[in-house]
Design a binder for this molecule. Structure first.
Ligand SMILES: [Zn+2]
Length: 82
């Protein structure tokens, strides 16, 4: 999946409130195909239990948690005036 699409998906997860903080840097993320567990380490790295992350070391769920915990205001690819 291209990074742009992954960011877009992560943003949607945030907007829809699909991320639940279950404690100690652990989050449940309700994805399109199931609920995954994202854990954040002390060094700020995240890991996810989904197959995509296990294969590619990145996914929209872990990205969404990174965005959430950093309080990043995500850029929108659309809606900019002209
Ligand atoms: Zn994932």
């Amino acid at each position: 999946m291209p990074l742009d699409r992954m960011i877009e998906k992560a943003r949607r997860l945030l907007e829809k409130g699909r991320i639940e903080h279950v404690g100690d840097g652990v989050y449940n993320v309700v994805g399109d195909h199931g609920t995954y567990v994202v854990a954040r380490g002390f060094d700020g790295t995240v890991s996810c239990s989904c197959p995509g992350f296990i294969k590619k070391r990145r996914c929209s769920h872990s990205l969404a948690v990174i965005f959430l915990t950093r309080g990043v205001t995500l850029p929108t690819s659309k809606g900019r005036s002209k």
